[in-house]
Design a binder for this molecule. Structure first.
Ligand code: NAD
Length: 727
């Protein structure tokens, strides 16, 4: 047994044991084997020591407990891959058993939740006989496991419904919803709120009263509030819930389904058996490729990226105090808002004062909504707005330590802005371009300080989207990269770092999908089939609908600009003739009410005229092949970007694809997807699809070499994601 004292036990004169969770050497309490061993030792002591009347569980850190140690869990997935199932069952059930020991040891336990309690941390609180939560905005509670393809496997799927009823528990378990103290109290997740400084005293008061050391579900004759899964009041929730789930997830996500099974099966069983059912489902999920990819990309890789995976060492941390934002259009307005929200003074510049003011209006509206909904005070809104100064005068930028330009996507316009900036900016001020596709190396040529020039590609809407693609031009120096990454961190966004090439990573990645899908229209594939297969593959919006949103003229002009900028490497895509045709017909997309779709007031329908322009094939392709085509054409493009050195690591591609451009999260991103399928199997399937649909699906040499050498992107034990992807 590991003896690291993660949990300290002190007994006071009243016989109350104070169990303080304070993981040595970590900023957050996370649950691993040492945590569980230490907690079990304390439980044994409380149980066995006749002088102890009861115990308070609290934390020595700001947060209560953050949940399982996912970094360790991800690493263990490799080392335990070949363990026999009974051994794995024991491992995955270990926290569940410790918590069951806690609640049945015969002495009363109370959780003094002094700060955020998530996942396993909140499950620990649920196993206590009483819960006191700090009444502070920093103390949120919830069970977010589903968002990483897992389920709350330490009793969460069993205790929560037994506490508040199955239907009330569903949103917490199936959506991973977390709540602030007042809502937690109203929902019955905790018994009391207390000022943060008083949680332990309040917990002690409960213990010194007449506490019951038996959970309701261990009382004779216990019934789940509202009834079990067969109760006529509850059963419809499973029918409707299940149908909605299938519609929303397209059956791509196993975790919500497993949680529903835990709720259904578990509610018909006594608690001890129900907990074993939960462990079985947790084990199945944790060993599957979906959770593997989601944990790896959305937690492990994302955390590493945010902690400076690509930040050059040796540069002092940078904090932006004054940002120059040039261009107050859609992107500039969003970036100005998020910067002001993070306490940065923003000079928001446009060609004339009215345009600059319009950019600030965006922030006024967005923050106004927050105030209306009670999420922000009027004072806070005013303080944020006061930091945004709309202007036209570049002289105001003399003290800026960072500038982002988001003016028109036109090299000449950007070059003119760069020259004007060079005249006023301090020497060490970084100039970042938010270009979608113009090469950073070329844009930097307009500057007298090309080393200080970098790409910061935000996504729309910039105040909401979590990703920033950082593009390093040939001349960009290390100090600039370090500053730019610190700035992205200050905005609390996730960075990926890529090299400068046409379309960087994200634009070429989504471009491959949209180009191929519009090409399908010209092949005579039914537009509705294209849109539906994309949704079923897990894309958030169909490719024709996206193109309408972005507008057809923008797509046509972007293609022309690419042809101009890259005369040697530009090859017109498969979509070009179709886009041109729509452009000529004035079908410019949603903004004019017609594009691939016809738009009525509240509805849209695919334009029937498309079928006249591009007659449908008499035999349409198998939808399973089309779904594969949609996932594969993007994964093949990602592998090409890796082969060409645009990407620095598979993690950047995986994070960028999911957080930036909507590649389905259940895949973990294209490289997790390729690993999950198996590189050799992926190559074979991509070749089959290329034979059917064209060379855009032909795998690059990099993948063939990896397959020949048995290599994978992430390591030796990548497990299969839908072994037979066509099934
Ligand atoms: P936009 O047309 O909404 O805004 C551009 C703004 O720049 C306008 O307000 C315009 O008046 C201003 N402007 C033009 N020339 C100027 C100059 N010389 N000095 C000062 N202001 C000037 O465009 P947008 O969608 O915000 O895009 C801006 C940039 O961001 C482009 O490079 C675009 O490719 C890139 N981008 C756009 C998106 C997107 O989804 N819209 C996403 C990522 C990147």
């Amino acid at each position: 047994m590991n003896t690291t004292a993660v949990v300290r036990c002190e007994v006071d004169a009243d016989g109350i044991a104070l169990l303080t969770i304070d993981y040595p050497g970590k900023t957050m309490n996370v649950i691993d084997q040492a945590f569980m061993d230490s907690l079990q030792q304390c439980i044994d002591r409380v149980r066995d020591d006749a002088a102890i009347r009861g115990a308070i569980v609290t934390s020595g850190k700001d947060a209560f407990v953050a949940g399982a140690d996912l970094l360790a869990m991800e690493q263990n997935l490799d080392s335990t891959a070949d363990d026999p199932l009974p051994v794995l069952f024991e491992k995955y059930g270990s926290l569940s058993r410790v918590l069951r020991n806690l609640e049945t040891c015969g002495k009363p336990f109370v959780a003094a939740i002094n700060g955020t309690a998530m996942g396993g941390g909140f499950e620990l609180a649920l196993a206590c006989h009483h819960r006191v939560l700090a009444d502070s905005p920093a103390a949120v509670v919830g069970l977010p496991e589903v968002q990483l393809g897992l389920l709350p496997g330490a009793g969460g799927t069993q205790r929560l419904p037994r506490l508040i009823g199955i239907q009330a528990a569903m949103p917490f378990l199936l959506e991973g919803k977390h709540v602030a103290p007042a809502q937690a109290l109203a929902a019955g997740l905790v018994h009391e709120l207390a000022p943060p400084a008083d949680v332990v005293a309040c917990a002690k008061r409960w213990l010194l009263g007449s506490p019951r050391a038996v959970q309701p579900w261990d009382e004779k004759g216990f019934r789940i509030p509202g009834g079990n899964a067969l109760d006529p009041r509850v059963a419809p929730a499973f029918v409707v819930g299940n149908t909605m789930l299938q519609a929303n997830t397209q059956q791509n996500l196993p975790a919500p389904q497993a949680i529903q099974s835990c709720l259904y099966e578990g509610s018909l069983l006594p608690i001890d058996k129900a907990l074993r059912v939960e462990t079985k489902y947790l084990m199945t999920l944790a060993r599957g490729a979906v959770a593997r990819g989601m944990i790896r990309t959305l937690f492990v890789s994302k955390t590493r990226a945010e902690k400076g995976l690509h930040r050059p060492a040796g540069y002092a941390p940078f904090t932006c105090r004054k940002l120059g934002m040039i261009g107050a259009g859609m992107m500039g307005a969003g970036i100005a808002l998020v910067a002001a929200q993070r306490g940065i003074e923003v000079v928001l510049i446009d060609r004339d004062q009215a345009a600059a003011e319009r950019g600030k209006t965006y922030a006024e509206k967005a923050l106004g909504k927050q105030v209306e909904r009670g999420r922000m005070t009027a004072e806070k809104r005013d303080a944020i707005l006061a930091r945004i100064v709309p202007a036209t005068d570049y002289d105001l930028l003399r003290g800026a330590d960072m500038v982002v330009e988001a003016v028109f996507e036109d090299r000449a316009v950007k070059a003119e802005v760069t020259r004007r900036l060079d005249a006023v900016l301090p020497d060490d001020c970084v100039l970042a371009s938010n270009t979608s596709a113009l090469p950073i190396t070329l844009l930097a040529q307009a500057s007298v300080r090309p080393g200080r020039f970098i790409g910061l590609h935000f996504f729309s809407p910039a105040d909401k989207m979590p990703l920033v693609e950082v593009i390093r031009g040939k001349a960009t120096d290390d100090a600039t990269l370090a500053r730019a990454l610190d700035f992205v961190g200050q905005l609390r966004k996730t960075p990926i770092v890529v090299n400068d090439a046409r379309g960087f990573f994200t634009s070429r990645f989504i471009g491959a999908f949209v180009d191929d899908a519009i090409g399908m229209v010209a092949e005579g594939i039914a537009p509705a089939l294209i849109e539906n297969c994309a949704r079923q593959a897990g894309m958030p919006v169909g490719p024709l609908a996206i193109t309408d949103e972005l507008s057809i003229d923008l797509a046509v002009h972007a293609g022309e600009a690419q042809a101009r900028e890259f005369p040697d490497s530009y090859r017109p895509g498969r979509s070009v003739p179709v886009l041109r045709k729509l452009f000529e017909l004035g079908r410019l997309g949603r903004k004019v009410g017609k594009g691939f779709y016809d738009y009525e007031e509240s509805a849209k329908a695919l334009w029937p005229g498309l079928a006249e322009l591009y007659p449908l094939k008499p035999v349409q392709p198998d939808p399973r092949d089309l779904k594969q085509r949609i996932l594969y054409v993007q994964a093949v493009e990602a592998a090409r970007a890796m082969e060409q050195g645009v990407l620095l690591s598979p993690a950047d591609g995986d994070i960028g694809s999911i957080l930036g451009v909507g590649y389905p999260a259940y895949t973990g991103g294209p490289f997790c997807f390729i690993d999950g399928v198996g590189v050799a199997a992926f190559v074979a399937e991509a070749d089959r699809l290329a034979d059917l649909f064209g060379d855009q699906l032909r795998p690059p040499q990099l993948l063939r070499d990896m397959a020949a050498h048995g290599e994978t992107f992430y390591g030796a034990t990548a497990v299969a994601i839908r072994q037979d992807a066509r099934a």
